[in-house]
Design a protein. Structure first.
Lengths: 284, 155
């Protein structure tokens, strides 16, 4: 399978790359989603700008109580970063679930986020983390919440000429417990359903709950109904089960040859409960 | 067309390529190294696994132009110049870790990455590491044994 012909540029700086993108070129990062689509001729960009090797997009650093991750950081670098493993283990744990070693060696955080595959793993974690997505174009930079960024299936708030340049996640040291639980499609490794949970407890009550879900419907989402059902309530398994059972409410669950909508909704409840229990066991 | 400069198995090459040329086609058809196999062409089977700058990648899902300036290692680069097999190749041989052999170049290359990152993996870690490589003959048990044997040999 051979892609359509295209022009290829590998600029040495982000500024040059953004100038080419402003003229209508499309970005290529790790290529783990784009190249298969080009081979199937589902995507036929005329001009690709390789942003996968720009040093300006390749960093993980702690700054002002948050962790800033350049969009060009690979899944392998996310899963193995001592800073993330220590201070934002949910993102590292989630990255380790993506695809296989070869895909994690090439695929990038920014590329996956920008692609917004409804079965991708990151959206669940990023919703649960209250992450911020930084978008950059030749015109400037803006910062969006995950709910402002992920709009629909393969659809984000990115404007033409704009790229995801950075993802900002909180420092989750100490009292916060987190977990990502995934039921995967064994051939592709994609999530049939994935649930990320992030909890704090004090005096036997939930004081903070965040739940992010992927795979269930056409767009990953933050399950605010589950969060609201738990905050302020006693930490009991009955409360977890009852809250997790709400996770698919109001969602248009997807159906395909791997799982019916009904089965997906059931899995979402079960995996949300698992994620909440595992997160709880890791909270102080 | 674009000019790329790459090092493959320690040898320097420079060629003009079309941007859409996949890295595996470059290796097999331009350089003539046919040890790397094209299996599924959809980045599922892992038969085309090689190393680019020390990282295992599927060469059917990378354009040759993306490898400009990189150091590439293919299965042909593992054995010593005198033909002595690499300990991982030796382990695949002694454990009968192949039947038809089509997946073997990719299996051997991913085994190298698994053991570099985790020199003493558990069976579960080995199977997880082999996740991106399909074998339709062996049922995987002998491949898992080979990875373990290679680990013991300090590969």
């Amino acid at each position: 399978m051979i892609a359509n012909s295209f022009e290829y540029s590998a600029p040495g700086s982000l500024k040059e790359a953004l100038a080419l993108l402003a003229e209508g070129a499309k970005p290529l990062a790790g290529g783990m989603s784009l190249i298969p689509m080009m081979k199937l001729r589902l995507a036929n960009p005329e001009h690709l700008v390789d942003i996968g090797r720009l040093p300006e997009l390749n960093y993980i650093r702690e700054e002002g109580g948050a962790i800033h991750i350049g969009a060009g950081v690979t899944h392998f670098e996310v899963e193995s970063s001592p800073l993330l493993l220590g201070k934002c283990p949910l993102l590292a744990e989630t990255a380790a679930y993506i695809g296989d070693i070869q895909v994690r060696n090439r695929g990038t955080l920014g590329g996956s986020v920008a692609h917004a595959d409804p079965s991708a793993d990151y959206p669940a974690a990023l919703h649960a983390l209250d992450a911020k997505i930084v978008l950059t174009s030749s015109e400037g930079t803006r910062t969006l919440s995950t709910e402002e960024f992920f709009l629909d299936t393969f659809t984000t708030a990115l404007d033409p000429g704009e790229i995801v340049s950075e993802v900002i996640v909180p420092v989750d040291a100490g009292l916060t417990g987190t977990s990502y639980q995934k039921f995967l499609q064994p051939a592709s490794g994609f999530a049939i359903v994935g649930a990320a949970a992030r909890v704090r407890q004090e005096g036997g009550k939930f004081t903070m709950v965040r739940v992010g879900v992927t795979g269930l419907s056409g767009n990953g989402y933050r399950a605010r109904n589950v969060e609201d059902a738990l905050v302020g309530q006693d930490v009991t398994d009955a409360n977890i089960k009852a809250a997790a059972a709400l996770v698919a409410d109001g969602q248009d669950a997807s159906s395909d040859l791997h799982a019916t909508a009904e089965y997906r909704a059931h899995l979402a409840g079960a995996y949300t409960a698992r994620a909440l229990r595992a997160a709880l066991s890791r909270s102080a | 067309m674009r000019t790329i400069n790459v090092s493959v198995n320690g040898k320097q090459y420079s060629h003009e390529v079309e941007p859409r040329m996949l890295l595996i086609h470059y290796l097999r058809e331009v350089i003539g190294l046919t040890g790397t196999h094209m299996g599924c062409e959809t980045s599922l089977c892992g038969a085309c696994t090689i190393e680019v700058d020390g990282k295992a990648v599927k060469s059917c899902t990378m354009f040759a132009v993306q490898a400009d300036g990189a150091k590439i290692l293919t299965v042909e680069g593992l054995a010593a110049p005198d033909g002595t097999l690499h300990p991982i190749q030796e382990a695949y041989w002694t454990e009968h870790a192949l039947q038809c052999g089509f997946c073997t170049p990719g299996m051997i290359m991913i085994t190298k990455q698994i053991l570099e990152r985790n020199p003493n993996p558990t069976e579960h870690e080995i199977r997880e590491g082999l996740d991106g490589n399909l074998c339709r003959c062996t049922g995987y048990q002998h491949i898992v044994n080979a990875v373990r044997t290679a680990a013991k040999a300090g590969a």
